[in-house]
Design a binder for this molecule. Structure first.
Ligand code: HEM
Length: 456
């Protein structure tokens, strides 16, 4: 049944979808039976592999996502699409055979949008008409069925419980704890979790463009057995950390897990029990989400900040002066970090040029209109952050240049529209850890700048 279902789907669906979009003026690369556009992507990426960039050339798109650059040039001009607010918006349709990363089997049509107004309609939709794309079970086991992956009322429940953990007063405490202990014992515990997640990530992402047979994930192959072992290890480690914390009644300790446990379990006297409380399993999932969502993103931001400060030594010197002026030579305290204005500008500019998250995916919960375009339930929308961050109409002619001064008057004044920086996305599903990440990045950079100068 599964096979006949798959074959029927493969045979008719992409063709019909492509036709439907072409009729609406949206074009894209040709669909190839069973392979979607994956082979083209693979080939173009291999060709771009040898491309070398100058360290001051921040337009890495032809090197990293050559298929987007090529398809945008090729199809977007051909398919100008006018939408109601009198502006021209751009779409590309491409079909990806994404069985290795999402649960969906078979080719999946994707509409890539390059227009900020449409992006706002998708992300800031208060009726939550667009939800996250389905995730492959392996990825779900790695990142957890937490805040970042649940939708609808489930999402609202999780977000409400988790939000207090990221309140600014709690974060200040966390920053002081990090600062005092310089990533002490909790880091050692966490390292194991990061390691297991990293191994799972490498295994999964390595097969990103592979076509997988349905049911393959359930076969006891060598790699599947290794994957299951890692998943179990991850689950057990987190469960032990939580149980241990609960048993020692240390939930009040000022770190994220402590604050989350507090928010999930404590009730004021007389307050009636409501469904906001998360179960231990849900907290385990939320921990996986935080480890995953918070680790590599922040580490990428720090890496690229170090890179940019090496390439622009004048900015490195400016930041060092600011750090020594505001924090002296000792461990920076949270209130000192909030005074590092130029540091914030550099971090935001790094986030713009080298956004740790490249794409956000959404799909409509029912047939609906986006601008003038008719979308069907399940058509995936791709929001390519680095391409939007280089939109010259919005960021100006020098969009590809490193210029922290554009953030001199704050994030909302940095471009022609207030919500142009998408590095942390936008409400309601904006990054819940953004203040934490910025605080963490400022702390680490301040401590490095106090003691070292660096070159590329
Ligand atoms: C520089 C660091 C970070 C960047 C660039 C970043 C970026 C993002 C982006 C773009 C999203 C939206 C994704 C989407 O809607 O598809 C997101 C969501 C999220 N981030 Fe972050 N993030 C960072 C750090 C963190 C940290 C430190 C944590 C937690 C400790 C965290 C937890 C989350 C969670 C839970 C969500 C889902 C929120 C929701 O759907 O309500 N992130 N992040």
């Amino acid at each position: 049944r599964l096979w006949s279902y798959a074959v029927v789907r493969l045979a008719w669906r992409p063709g019909a979808v492509v036709r439907r979009f072409r009729e609406q003026g949206v074009h894209g690369p040709p669909y190839r039976f069973l392979r979607g556009c994956n082979e083209d992507v693979r080939r173009m990426k291999a060709e771009a592999d040898g491309l070398e960039l100058d360290v001051r050339d921040h337009d890495y798109l032809p090197r990293i996502v050559p298929h987007y650059v090529k398809w945008k040039d090729q199809y977007v001009n051909l398919s100008t699409y006018t939408i109601s607010f009198n502006k021209v918006s751009w779409f590309i349709l491409y079909i990806s055979f994404q069985s290795a990363v999402c649960e969906h089997f078979g080719p999946q049509p994707r509409i890539c949008i390059f227009d900020y107004e449409l992006v706002k309609q998708v992300l800031a939709n208060k009726f939550v008409n667009f939800v996250k794309n389905d995730m492959h079970p392996t990825i779900l086991a790695m990142v957890g069925k937490g805040l970042g992956t649940v939708d609808g009322s489930e999402w609202a429940r999780h977000r409400k419980v988790v939000t207090p953990a990221f309140a600014m007063d709690k974060l200040k405490l966390t920053a002081d704890v990090i600062s005092r202990t310089a990533f002490g014992s909790s880091y050692r515990e966490g390292k194991e979790v990061f390691h297991a997640q990293k191994q799972l990530q490498v295994m999964t992402l390595g097969t990103l463009l592979n076509v997988q047979l349905p049911g393959f994930n359930y076969l006891p192959t060598k790699s599947n057995r290794f994957k299951w072992m890692l998943q179990k290890k991850l689950q057990n480690m987190l469960s032990e950390m939580i149980q241990c914390r609960l048993a020692s009644k240390q939930s009040g300790f000022g770190d994220l897990l402590g604050v989350m446990l507090e928010a999930s379990f404590t009730k004021e006297q007389g307050e009636k029990q409501d469904e906001l409380i998360l179960t231990v399993d849900e907290i385990i999932d939320e921990c996986k989400t935080f480890f995953f969502a918070g680790h590599e993103t922040t580490s990428h931001l720090l890496t690229w900040t170090m890179f940019l400060l090496s390439v622009y030594p004048e900015w490195q010197e400016r930041l060092r002066e600011e750090v020594l002026r505001e924090c002296g030579k000792g461990n920076p305290k949270a209130d000192m970090l909030s005074k590092l204005k130029e540091m914030t500008m550099v971090l935001l500019e790094t986030l713009r040029l080298y956004s740790p998250i490249m794409f956000m995916l959404r799909k409509p919960i029912s047939d609906m209109k986006l601008g003038n375009l008719n979308l069907s339930k399940g058509n995936v929308i791709v929001i390519p952050i680095p391409m939007l961050h280089r939109d010259k109409e919005v960021w100006g002619d020098r969009a590809n240049e490193f210029d922290p001064m554009r953030f001199e008057n704050g994030v909302t004044k940095a471009a022609k529209i207030p919500h142009a920086l998408l590095g942390f996305s936008m409400r309601p599903r904006s990054c819940i850890g953004q203040n934490f990440a910025m605080l963490e990045a400022k702390l680490v950079m301040a401590m490095i700048l106090q003691k070292f100068s660096f070159t590329l």
